[in-house]
Design a protein around this ligand. Structure first.
Ligand SMILES: Nc1ncnc2c1ncn2[C@@H]1O[C@H](COP(=O)(O)OP(=O)(O)O)[C@@H](O)[C@H]1O
Ligand SMILES: [Mg+2]
Length: 377
């Protein structure tokens, strides 16, 4: 995927340089879309950030090109055929709808009891028993999941989607912007229209701060602000409808969410570092399918890893499970298919802890607690 994105970007760049700007657009868009997929598939925050920066760069260039092309077109009086435009928008929406069920099961979610209950009450139960959630018991329209990175916001939302029989629209802010290209207001409106049509629906906006965080007078900020305004109207607009439609937003930086957006996401769910007990279950989940040495105790590992996030533990497991393979490889023995690696043992995990440290500092954590105390969750 990364190679494909690089290739598209290189082609786009070459066309752009040689003045074939309108041909370059398609390749920039492709590259941005592929980066977008990569963002969703990587757990590494610094890689996510890199992909995001690159995607933004391409998108902004496309907007620039479209601006030029658009104005020269209007001079000659020609406008794009409406059907092409509609196709584009409908394609854009299709690309954000997750039709296959995500492969995270409810049982794969360790701990997070509070967050699980909140989503059960706010999403799962209303979808399965709409008769009970009427009148004064009407379900929440907007739910905001907030907390430090790597603690399971995206993961839990996937589990929700696989649990309920509803259409799941998963949109990341970067994706929305990449599809924006001057038509985003329409896109958001279409998205919500489609969600109503296919109700019950869940619209999941991941990393919603990317929209909310845009301030200042740059053109980028202006574009973001317009998407945001449209989004807020959309969340609110269906308040009176009978259709079951819930918007779930997730953010690692709740303080970037302004008052207007906060109001729309009235139910707030704090997703934070796992408890000792949850960590024990996470070790079990993330070593599944590999035979471990009998000296490995999940409870012990849980005690050793206070302060680790869910993502840290997933990473730690992956690292520890690699040790026996790495040893064989160093001996050149991996070529021989008859040689089996030894079972990973307790020490492999302890050694890995030297390299993989908790990624959320107590100071950072305090900031989330403060926000929670002020705004709830
Ligand atoms: N409750 C959980 N149980 C087991 N693994 C989890 C849990 N929450 C998160 N993980 C692991 O941590 C990774 C990162 O979680 P993610 O949902 O992307 O964090 P966030 O969206 O809060 O930044 C997941 O891909 C998964 O491997
Ligand atoms: Mg996430």
């Amino acid at each position: 995927m990364f190679e494909a994105a690089k290739k598209n970007a290189a082609t786009a760049y070459r066309l752009d340089q040689s003045g074939q700007t309108s041909q370059a657009v398609r390749y920039y868009v492709n590259a941005a879309e592929q980066l977008q997929k990569l963002i969703n598939f990587t757990d590494d925050p610094s890689m996510k950030n890199l992909y995001y920066q690159k995607a933004m760069e391409y998108i902004l260039r496309v907007k620039e090109i479209r601006g030029i092309v658009g104005s020269s077109e209007s001079k000659t009086g020609s406008t794009a055929a409406p059907s092409t435009e509609d196709d584009e928008i409908s394609g854009a929406i299709s690309s954000v709808i997750v039709r296959e069920k995500p492969n995270v099961k409810w049982e794969d979610v360790a701990g997070m009891e509070g967050a699980k209950r909140a989503l059960r009450e706010a999403v799962i139960l209303p979808m399965s028993r709409p008769d009970l959630f009427k009148g004064a018991r009407k379900p929440w329209k907007g739910i905001l999941m907030f907390g430090p990175p790597g603690c399971g916001k995206t993961y839990l939302c996937k589990a929700v989607a696989s649990e309920v029989d509803s259409t799941f629209f998963s949109v990341s802010a970067a994706n929305l912007i990449s599809k924006w290209l001057g038509e985003s207001e329409k896109l958001v409106k279409e998205l919500y229209d489609r969600a109503v049509e296919e109700a019950p629906s869940i619209i999941f906006f991941d990393e919603i701060d990317a929209l909310a965080g845009a301030r200042g007078g740059s053109s980028e900020g202006e574009a973001m602000r317009r998407i945001k305004t449209q989004l807020l109207q959309a969340v609110e607009g269906f308040e009176t409808g009978e259709e079951l439609l819930v918007t779930v937003g997730a953010t690692n930086t709740p303080w970037d969410i302004d008052a207007a957006m906060r109001r729309r996401f009235e139910r707030r769910v704090y997703v934070t570092l796992p408890t000792t007990e949850a960590r024990g279950i996470m070790f079990q989940i993330h070593t599944r399918g590999v035979k471990l040495d009998s000296d490995v105790s999940f409870e012990e590992l849980a005690k050793y890893t206070a302060g680790y996030s869910a993502a840290d533990i997933a990473l730690l497991c992956r690292e520890a499970l690699m040790h026996p393979i790495r040893e064989l490889d160093a001996d050149g023995a991996l070529k021989d298919a008859s040689i089996q690696p030894r079972a990973p043992n307790f020490n492999d995990f302890v050694v890995s802890m030297e390299n993989i440290k908790p990624s959320v500092s107590p100071k950072e954590l305090a900031r989330y607690e403060e926000w929670k105390d002020q705004f709830g969750g």
